[in-house]
Each structure stands twice: as C-alpha cells, then as structure tokens.
Ligand binder design. Sequence first.
Ligand code: URP
Ligand code: ZN
Ligand code: ZN
Length: 422
Amino acid sequence: MRCKKSRNIIIRNGTLITESGKQECDLLVEDGIISDISPEIIKKGVDVFDAIDCYVVPGGIDVHTHMEIPVMGTFSSDSFAEGTKKAISGGTSTIIDFANQEKGKSLSEAYKLWRKKADNHVFCDYGLHLSITDVTTESLHEIDEMIACGVTSFKTFSAYDRMRISSDDLLRVMKKVKEVGGIVTHHAENGDMLNEALGRVVASGDLSVKSHPLAHPVLAEVDAIKTVIRLSKESGCPVYIVHLSSKEGLAEIINAKKNGVKIFAETCPQYLAYNDSVYLVHDFSNLSKFVMSPPLRDGKSQEALWDGVLSGDVDVLATDHCPFTIEQRRVGEKDFRLIPNGMDGVGTRMEYLYNEGVLKRGLSIERYAELTATAPARIFGLYPKKGVLKVGSDADILIIKKNIKFNHKLFYHEKGKYLHRL
Ligand code: URP
Ligand code: ZN
Ligand code: ZN
C-alpha cells in the first residue's frame, strides 16, 4: 500500500521540505490537518510513521488533467475515479481539471457537467479551470458566477477550430479576468498557422502519424505566445502558458518575465523525456501515443526546457493527462488527423521528475517541491491549504526515500472533494 488517508499520525525523523528550506523535524497530523512541526513530537495514542532517510514534501498537485473529456467523438479513457486513483498511487494528492464550455452553451452548464462527472467519484481533491470557447456578453458576465463557484482560472485557446477564440475576444476575456482577480491559462498555437501547415501536409499526400508534428510548427507556438504576452501587457491580466514545448517559446516567456509581465510557464514530462526523433518510429501503436498538441520538438527544445526546470524559468511541471487507448487511436491509422490528441501522465509525473531531475540532473529537492506542488498551489489559489508543509495546511504529504529510485508513500487529506479556490 503506497497511499493512505492521513487522519492522525506522527511522521518522525524525516527531512521536511518547508518554505524555509530543509528541516529535520517531526510532523503531527490531526484530523487530516498538519497541527505541529517540531523537532520531537510526543503524543500518546497516535500512529507513528518512521521517515528516516526520507524527504517529506507536499503531496503533488497536477493542475493540467483531462478526465473523461469528449474529444473527436470519443472520451479520454480515464474516468475521474480511474484518473484520480492513478494520481494518488503516483504521489499526487490534488488535480485541477478543465471544464469545457461548448460553443452556444453557458459556462455554468460546463461547470455543472464537470462537477457531476467528478463529485463523489474522485479519490483525491480536485478543482476546475473553465475553458471559454464562446465569448459573448453573457459568458463574460458568467465569469463572476464562476468565481463565486471557486473557479479562478479560465482557459483560452488560439488553436483547434472548435475551441479557439479571436485575439479581440481573448483581450475581452483577459480584461474581465483581471477585473475579478483570476488568471487566464492559454493553449498557445496560432490556429491559422496550423491550418496553413496542415494544408501543406495534406497536399503532400502523407497522412501517416509521422506527419503530425509537421502540422504544428514551432513558429505557431511562438506567435501565439507573443500575442498573449501583448494582450497580458494591455489588460494587466496574469497568464499561464500550458504545455510549453519549445525553446523559442520559452525564450519569449523569459523575456516577458524580465519586462515585468505576470506570466507563468508550464511544461510536461513528455516534453522533457522525449523529442521528435520518436516520430521516426514506424510502429503505429507506439508512435500514435505521441500525437499531442503541441507535438514533441527537437533535442534543443528538450534541453532548453530542462534548463528552465532547473533554473526556475519554468514554473510548473503538470501533465496534460489525456489518455486514449490504442483502439481509440487506431481510427487514425491511415489519417493522423483522426487520432484523438493526448497522453497518459498523472500517475508518473512525481516519479519521473524525481528520478530524472533530482537523481540524475541535480534538481534540488526544494525545486522539486516547488515545481510539483508549491508553485501550482500559489498560482491557482490553493495555497496555503495545499502545496506546503505548514501548520494548518491539509495533510497531503509525500514521503520519498532518499538516494534511490522513486520509492514513496503518500498520506492524503481525505477521499476527494471539490476545492473552492480563492
Ligand atoms: O494534445 C493535447 N494536449 N491534448 C489535450 C488537450 C489540450 O490541448 O490540452
Ligand atoms: Zn492544450
Ligand atoms: Zn490539456
């Protein structure tokens, strides 16, 4: 058993990663809340977990998942129950998923639908972002209603014809979200440039999976990032770039940060673990796993993203968890455009970054906690309830054995519920 609800327990002898750095302390949990952090805690009648030779970090927070989302006539293959089970077994105790507005429908319909899919099914705590795909006077008004429902982040797309909104509408959304104190998350790929690139691919006559990255040039990502930076400057609205894939996109973000733009960068394990050489493989079942948008980039981007993870230029590691079975992907064997985009990840993110980052690349354990829990909590209004080991915080606690491959135990607050964010 690698995960357990944390009602009452003393975690003894561990190296705690707190906001003030490493602390050799005990940690007491009472009723699922951290109630004491002190050098030696004595309390009768409470279970003790010996965390000697272990790091004790905040439970993982994955702020980018898509459980049972409708995509191209099918649904991502994890229900909220299955996906959140994977999350906790891999050391993640909170997720934020995306409720998607359908064109012609309201934001509150999407919100209610996602609450229905998730409430009473989730195994860890969860929150929702709201994807806005139809910008009307009504949907802009509804942003206030969503804030009252605890949704503080609003996703916008510059790609996907059925989801994307114009730059003018993006600015209207950003002005409104700024007014209510929220944040815009953005899928940054210029849809017109994608359509143009796709036209060239179709004209070439090769619709096999290896053409997928050709239909998503780096320039489309860079262009969309530049646009959203400009609109963020104009509106003052903070912006969070989801699934950043390229060196050039990261350079734009670093530059904008230097110029005082409130912008955050998220990348995902797939962009660190792989590069576009995978698209040379000819086996459909392996290759089709990497059909996602944006696609994997070259080795230079892969290394630049790793540099960003190590240096702090990348703020968050999330997953974009959106799995499909091989049967679901098989429809696109002859035409990659029919393959539903996305891959698995919620259960393996904490392990991946520990093994590849902390053990192999010298990522500090403090940055590990920051990237996987503290920064996501701060950016998305969960802090200090989540994302930190602090008296009064929820007892979502991940214990990792030092100096060996990811070997962990997760104590999590309680069987999941919806998080009303601030
Ligand atoms: O290909 C991807 N990333 N699928 C999930 C949906 C999205 O764009 O985030
Ligand atoms: Zn996206
Ligand atoms: Zn996504």
